[in-house]
Every structure is written in C-alpha cells, then in structure tokens.
Design a protein around this ligand. Structure first.
Ligand code: NAD
Ligand code: DAU
Length: 354
C-alpha cells in the first residue's frame, strides 16, 4: 500500500547487502520520504552498492558508528526521525567464531545505543517505530523435521547468533520496560546481488571464476532456507508499514536446500554461463573441516507474515540463482573492489582448509 505521508527514516547498515536493497526500494517507492543511511562502511559496507540512487533528492548518507553513543545521541537530536530500520551488524558466522567481541560490540552494544537514542528523542511523541532486522539463527538448529515459528524458544549456538539474540532481547525489553514502539523480524538466508563474497553463494561464484577450490564444510548436508534479498526488502517494507507494534514476524521463502545440492546447482549454472563443459565447476568441490558448532538445519514458517500481512516470495530459486550469478559475472569491478584491501588478508587465510 502506498503511503503518502512525509517521513524521515533512518536505515542503519544501508551500505551492506540487505540494507542497500532496502534503501533502493524505499527511495524509489516513497518519494515523499527522506531516507537517511547511517553506515560505518566496514569491510562489508560499500557505497558502490548504491551508485544508482545516491543522487536521489530524498536520500542522505551519514557515515558513522552505531557504537559511538555521543554521535548517535547528537544525530537523533538534530533529525526528528519517524522511524529506524536497524540492520547494521557484523553478519558473518565464521568471523564471529574468530572474534566474538566485535559481534558483542556492534550487534549488542550498538543496538542498545540506538535504542537509548530513540527512547530519549521519542519521549512523549506518537507514531514512531524502531524496527529491528534479525535472523532465524536465534532459534538454534532444527533436526530433519519442523520449522521455526515466532513461538520457537531462542537457542543461539554461534557467537553471531548469540549476539543477534541478545539484541532481540534488548529490543523487546525496551518495548516492555519503556513502551518504545518496536517490531522485530527474523529472516532466513538471503541471496542476491551485492552480497559480500565471504558468504556461501558469492564466495563460490568468485572461486569458480578464479578456478579456486570450493570449500564445503563437513559432510555438505547442512540445510539452509534461501530467500531472494529483494523479497526480504519487500517484507521489511510491508512489516514496517502494516506490522503490529511489539510483534515479531518470521520471513522465509519455504526454499530449503542441502548445501551440497545447492552447490551442484550453482556449479552447473556457472558452467552454462561461462560456456564450460558440463561438470567442470563441480571438480573444484573440496570437503574441508567443519565450521565449529555448525547449525544443521534452518527452516522458517512464514505463515504469520503471509496470512496477516499478505506477503509472499516472488521468485523461484532457480531463476533467482541464475540472475544472481549473472550479476556477479557482469560486475567484475565490484567484485575486484570489494575483495581487495583489508578483506584480502581474511580471504587468503587458511581457515577453510581441512
Ligand atoms: P552486511 O554485513 O552485508 O552489512 C552490514 C552493514 O552494517 C555494512 O554496511 C556495515 O558497514 C554496517 N556496519 C557494521 N558495523 C557497523 C557499525 N558499528 N556502525 C554502523 N554501520 C555498521 O550484512 P547483511 O547480510 O546485509 O545483514 C544486514 C542485517 O540483516 C544484519 O543485522 C543481519 O544480522 C540481518 N540478517 C542477514 C541475513 C543474511 O542472510 N545476510 C539474514 C537474516 C538477517
Ligand atoms: O540464516 C540467516 C543467516 O544466514 C544470517 O543471519 C547471516 O548473517 C548469514 O551470514 C547467513 O548465515 P550462514 O552461516 O547460514 O551463511 P553462510 O553463507 O556463511 O553459510 C551457508 C552454509 O554454507 C552454512 O551451512 C555453512 C556453509 N558454508 C559456508 C561457507 C562460507 C560452506 O560449506 N563453505 C563455505 O565456505
């Protein structure tokens, strides 16, 4: 539904993967809104993700760190935001295993600093919303059967998911304790353009391109529920405008794949797109040491979002994966830019070897 009211919305982490898709959607769909993108531009944040919209009159980029309390308080003092959509986070599980503290600082402390700023600035004001974007990983790991619902008890297993779970708890605590208007959504694995090539799909596309090994963790039978990133952005838009305050919404596309089956599909599409003989890319598959504490299976039940707000995923995985592959293959300079510099050290580390 089109909303013609003027609003100032602060999106945190808008230079990242999901944030950049959300910013693009909001700028184009709501010309009467002003969208502020607050981002620290870590290794994962890249303003090249937004070159097509950066000159829009309803867009402002603010470089800043959500863990910088005085800066955040000042920002909320200067601009009377109607809403916050909070995505800024450290997002990669493998990195959280190497350096948990960074995840506590950004994901937990950063969220609490934003909550404090919103609470102070919004005291006595109506029609505000703090929307926290979270992950299905807070629910832990499933066996062969079943789905995560909004009632599934939290059981995070990795430093990343523990930090995200903690931030979710703080958001709910501010709702119950201070009456801050909040909404949380918990989404499954996203895929699509502009994802930093440390995550499974863009990493493997990049490795195939450079004829490098494809490191499959453990037995490769871990299962993830994949959602096209634009469908996630559309869900966030819908929930922001129509969701009930104090509520949680799960987001997922009912699209489960065992890693190895997904990797086979990806290899086969890559062979077609690169004009290589069928089976060439599969030869790069290399089983390596498992991720410590690796969650076996995630699967989302998005029934609440579908039935109450009318959301549904729009694209099949095979279409979306091919589109995604084509995007990475035709955006070589983007890939080269984001994999150079500080990221190179991490990328070249032997973490993935057996
Ligand atoms: P990303 O790593 O691509 O982007 C994170 C962004 O946050 C980057 O632009 C980075 O510069 C920024 N950032 C990091 N620390 C910051 C700080 N201290 N201050 C300001 N900005 C900072 O992440 P993503 O995959 O786009 O995920 C976005 C959000 O969605 C995260 O909260 C993540 O937990 C959640 N999420 C991700 C997925 C997924 O599959 N990627 C699924 C469900 C939920
Ligand atoms: O479920 C939502 C979560 O999905 C988000 O909250 C996280 O931010 C996002 O990073 C993602 O977490 P995963 O750990 O599931 O994503 P990743 O791409 O790192 O891994 C997907 C699966 O592939 C997982 O089972 C681990 C496996 N894997 C991953 C990499 C990077 C490999 O086998 N080899 C690899 O090199």
């Amino acid at each position: 539904m089109m909303d013609h009211k003027q609003r100032k919305i602060l999106v945190t982490g808008g230079a990242g993967f999901i944030g950049s898709h959300l910013i693009r959607l909001l700028i184009n769909k709501y010309p009467n809104y002003h969208i502020y993108n607050l981002d620290k531009l870590t290794y994962a944040g890249n303003l090249e993700n937004l070159t097509d919209v950066e000159k829009a009159p309803n867009y402002t980029f603010v470089k800043g760190d959500i863990t910088d309390g005085p800066f955040i308080q000042e920002l909320f003092g200067k601009i009377d935001f109607d809403g916050v959509i909070h995505l800024a986070a450290e997002s990669h599980v493998d990195r959280s295993i190497e350096n948990p503290t960074a995840f506590v600082e950004t994901n937990v402390l950063g969220t609490v600093i934003l909550l404090n700023a919103a609470k102070t600035a919004w005291e006595g004001k109506e029609d505000k919303l703090f929307y926290h974007v979270s992950t299905d990983e807070v629910y832990g790991s499933l066996g062969e059967e079943g789905f995560f619902t909004e009632e599934t008890p939290y059981d995070p297993r990795s430093p990343y998911s523990s930090a995200k779970a903690s931030s979710d708890h703080f958001v709910r605590a501010y709702y119950h304790t201070y009456g801050l208007p909040v909404i949380i959504s918990n989404c499954s694995n996203n895929y699509g353009s502009h994802q930093f090539p440390e995550k499974l799909i863009p990493l493997f596309i990049n490795n195939i391109k450079h004829n490098k090994a494809l490191p499959v963790y453990g037995d490769g039978k871990y299962t993830r529920d994949w959602l096209w990133v634009v469908d996630h952005a559309k869900a966030i838009d819908l929930i922001y405008h129509s969701g009930l305050k104090g509520e949680t919404y799960n987001i997922g596309g009912k699209n489960e794949w065992k890693n190895i089956e997904l990797i086979h599909l990806l290899c086969d599409i890559m062979d077609e797109e690169l004009g290589k003989p069928s089976g060439t890319s599969r030869e790069l598959i290399t089983y390596v040491k498992d991720r410590p504490g690796h969650d076996r299976r995630y699967a989302i039940d998005a029934e609440k979002l579908e039935s109450k707000l009318g959301w549904k995923a729009t694209i099949t995985f095979k279409e979306g994966l091919r589109e995604t592959i084509k995007w990475y293959l035709s955006n070589e300079s983007w890939l080269n830019n984001v994999t150079s510099g500080a990221y190179k050290d991490y990328y070249n580390k032997q973490y993935h070897t057996a």
